[in-house]
Design a protein around this ligand. Structure first.
Ligand code: ACO
Length: 375
């Protein structure tokens, strides 16, 4: 029989794989550097949260201005990156485009050095690059040229402006900003862990970010916000959705946007966002979609072993009601999570030990290589 230390832990469930001062995720609370997510969602904007994650503290007014000025100065894609973007086939998923173009942009990284101050500035540069790539791709796919960034506005405002080329309405700016705050950080989730594994090899911050984008793309992780809205949109009525979900649960099918490795009693972020989603749906006159949302949710949360919505379930509908196409949802998540990834990169390399777990071998027993004619 295996000893405790020899028991394999699929998915590393329950394993404490490191220490972090960036984020605390548990059933009862979600804290970014000690601040509860509910308070950050109510009182701060994304740039303040990004500063908190990257620099360790909320900014004062002067620090916030400096942060926003740096972000504004980094906006605007290099012509080489735009040329590469134009060559990518139109049907390539936006997350793949983001992965490729952040990687391409790294060849023109304007920040020198690997010391903490340089890494903090590179993190801000990556935030600018990612949103510029997503906006440029969105515009090119819609037959429009990428536009010059707009300085002096919030990150959410800048993103919406660079998608549409028009001044966004206040509600859209506030809601996008809220989702960016909620998505910014979540301790050792799959993409952040990927980032830390790459950081632990002493590779560079952009390589770690590109790897994390690849991890976030998966539908079991960040890709779920897109899957969740596609699920809601496939039904014409709440009744149809209710029939489908009961059948899916009976067949042990997976309902996208539900479940979480850590949260077993509900996701703090989903609760915050669901309230906003209901208000937005009322403003937009789309109670029909809320009825479908609830018809899927109710049987899942009311079954014998309830499974609760994670942040991606309400977020998919919030973005849809804001008029954004589903292919943008996971990239928007990435544009926010870069703040968390980079904070973890810096934390990892400051107290580094390479990640190198063990595996238990279950392959064939020892055997010799037969000559080729006998195989
Ligand atoms: N729909 C139906 N049943 C589910 C779901 C779901 N979405 N999630 C979990 N379950 C069930 C499982 O079938 C399993 O049941 P069993 O014990 O009878 O076998 C039980 O709940 C435990 O589920 P696991 O798959 O073991 O949970 P795990 O921690 O490994 O996976 C995960 C977590 C990947 C998030 C999973 O819940 C899932 O696939 N959800 C759908 C995808 C999704 O929404 N991902 C976004 C996560 S949040 C984020 O990344 C921002």
């Amino acid at each position: 029989m295996s000893s405790e230390s020899e028991i394999a832990k699929p998915g590393l469930e329950g394993v404490i794989a490191g220490e972090t001062a960036i984020c605390c995720v548990d059933q009862g609370k979600l804290l970014y550097r000690g601040y509860p997510i509910s308070e950050l969602a109510e009182k701060t904007a994304f740039s303040e949260v990004a500063h908190l994650l990257i620099y360790g503290e909320l900014p004062n007014a002067a620090q916030l201005k400096k942060f926003q000025d740096q972000l504004s100065a980094f906006h605007g894609l290099r012509p080489e990156v735009l040329s590469a973007l134009r060559t990518i086939p139109a049907d390539a998923p936006m997350m793949s485009v983001l992965r490729t173009c952040v990687s391409m942009a790294s060849h023109f990284d304007p920040v020198d050095g690997q010391e903490v101050e340089a890494l903090q500035r590179r993190a801000i540069w990556l935030l600018a690059v990612a949103s510029d790539v997503v906006a440029a791709r969105f515009r090119l796919l819609n037959g429009k040229e990428p536009i010059k960034p707009k300085p002096g506005v919030s990150h959410a405002h800048q993103m919406l402006y660079s998608f549409h080329g028009t001044e966004p309405d206040k509600l859209s700016v506030r809601l996008l900003d809220l989702t960016l705050v909620l998505y910014a950080e979540h301790d050792f989730n799959a993409s952040t862990f990927t980032n830390r594994v790459v950081a632990s090899t002493a590779s560079d911050m952009t390589s770690a970010t590109v790897s994390a984008i690849g991890a976030l793309k998966g539908p079991l992780h960040g890709g779920a916000n897109e899957e969740a809205i596609n699920l809601i949109l496939q039904f014409k009525s709440a009744q149809e959705a209710g029939v489908w979900v009961r059948d899916a649960l009976a067949k042990k099918g997976k309902i996208m946007g539900f479940g979480h490795r850590v949260y077993k009693n509900g996701d703090h972020r989903a609760v915050i966002l669901e309230g906003e989603m209901r208000k937005l749906a009322a403003v937009k006159g789309r109670q029909d979609l809320v009825a479908i949302y609830d018809a899927i949710k109710d049987p899942v949360v009311n079954k014998e072993h309830p499974i609760y919505p994670n942040v991606d379930y309400p977020c998919g509908l919030v973005y849809y009601l804001m008029g954004m196409p589903p292919d943008l949802y996971t990239p928007l998540f990435a544009c926010s999570r870069i703040a968390g990834w980079c904070a973890h990169y810096i934390e990892q390399i400051q107290n580094n030990r390479i990640y190198r777990p063990l595996s238990r071998y279950i392959g064939p027993p020892l055997r010799s290589v037969p000559p080729i004619e006998k195989r």
